[in-house]
Write a protein that binds this ligand. Structure first.
Ligand code: ATP
Ligand code: MG
Ligand code: FE
Length: 336
């Protein structure tokens, strides 16, 4: 079974083909970073217009790269939410129309289930059950995962998501959008100097709060002459605070659930220091840890083709509704 995956939830247009037995066949992506950079963030109307321009050409590119024709595709998986409504509608309407024309099923995929299952595309995939830490631009969640669609939320961010905190802090340090990866680079030049808090680690529970770190960034900036080295030291302190906070909460989630496997996914899981600290914790706790390859931490079509593919292979189908949900709790997903 060949599954075409379509991702258009935010500022990446991404397409992939996944095969039930052969795995990932081809994938491609166009990032709209250049379009939004001058505004310092994603402009929803520009995003949806660009998805319209890029999606069909990218589908053609992926089919050609996979050496496949439309008639070979057996199902379509598209991101139906959460995300920007206009952007989601481009993917959903295109996927539904193609499925109608090609007389094949299409399935709505939850973007965060896509992120969650991205490590399944690697050579040594994790086995259920596991604890998942999802850290992305819009979400920070700890989830107990018993299987596909069997999710129990253990904790989440009460304010800024981890990626959002990276991006906002980067902006305060004068870095261009999207600042997360740039802040990480700057932190490499930094030294231990400022002490930032590890929010909500001094009380029980698995929720997060990252918005308070902005105040510490601001105070540190005001204390210094804001030289490149000052900024690098602040970036270092911020990154350490986030990495250590995530690590403490993951250790706690592992202890609480008794599970032996940790899966970390979403854009922020590309961060080298966060990967390093979480891996060290996993080693010392004697548990297994899994990440997606760096390219599949951030948005991509492969994770959508995979997640939707699993549901299609299991025989799950949907009616012809163009399904798009800007907000969509993961617990509402059907179990596979
Ligand atoms: P969501 O998945 O919650 O809907 P999104 O799709 O915008 O949000 P992702 O594509 O998963 O988010 O990830 C993008 C986020 O990851 C951005 O906030 C970006 O700054 C952050 N990010 C990417 N690489 C790194 C890195 N190396 N270090 C820190 N943050 C990073
Ligand atoms: Mg993005
Ligand atoms: Fe995402």
């Amino acid at each position: 079974m060949f599954v075409l995956g379509i991702e258009t939830s935010c500022d990446e247009t991404a397409v992939a083909v996944y095969h039930a037995n052969r795995g990932l066949i081809a994938h491609t992506l166009f990032s709209q970073i250049a379009t939004h950079a001058e505004y310092g963030g994603v402009v929803p109307e520009l995003a949806s217009r660009d998805h319209i321009r890029k999606l069909v050409p990218l589908i053609k590119t992926v089919l050609a790269a996979a050496d496949l024709q439309a008639k070979h595709i057996n199902g379509i998986a598209y991101t139906a939410g959460p995300g920007l409504m206009g952007s989601l509608l481009v993917g959903a309407a295109t996927a539904r129309s193609l499925a109608w024309a090609w007389q094949i099923p299409a399935i709505a995929v939850h973007h965060m289930e896509g992120h969650l299952l991205a490590p399944m595309l690697e050579d040594t995939p994790p086995a259920f059950p596991f604890v998942a830490l999802l850290i992305s631009g819009g979400h920070t969640m700890l989830i107990e995962v018993q299987g596909i669609g069997n999710y129990r939320l253990l904790g989440e961010s009460l304010d800024d998501a981890a990626g959002e905190a990276f991006d906002k802090t980067a902006k305060m340090l004068g870095l261009d959008y999207p600042g997360g990866p740039k802040l990480a680079e700057l932190a490499n030049q930094g030294h231990p100097r400022f002490k930032f808090p590890r929010p909500m680690t001094d009380r029980p529970g698995l929720d997060f709060s990252f918005s308070g770190l902005k105040t510490f960034t601001l105070n540190a900036l005001n204390e210094t002459g804001q030289s490149p080295q000052d900024k690098a030291d602040i970036a270092f302190a911020f990154q350490q605070a986030v990495a250590e906070t995530l690590t403490i909460k993951c250790r706690r989630a592992i202890q609480l659930t008794g599970l032996k496997t940790l899966v970390v996914a979403g854009g922020v899981s590309a961060n080298r220091e966060i990967r390093r600290q979480l891996s060290a914790m996993a080693d010392s706790a004697n548990i297994k840890i899994y990440f997606p390859r760096p390219d599949f931490c951030t948005d991509n079509g492969a994770m959508i083709a995979y997640a939707g593919g699993q549901r299609l292979i299991a025989g799950q189908t949907q009616n012809l509704e163009i399904f798009a949900r800007p907000r969509w709790p993961m617990e509402q997903l059907p179990q596979l």
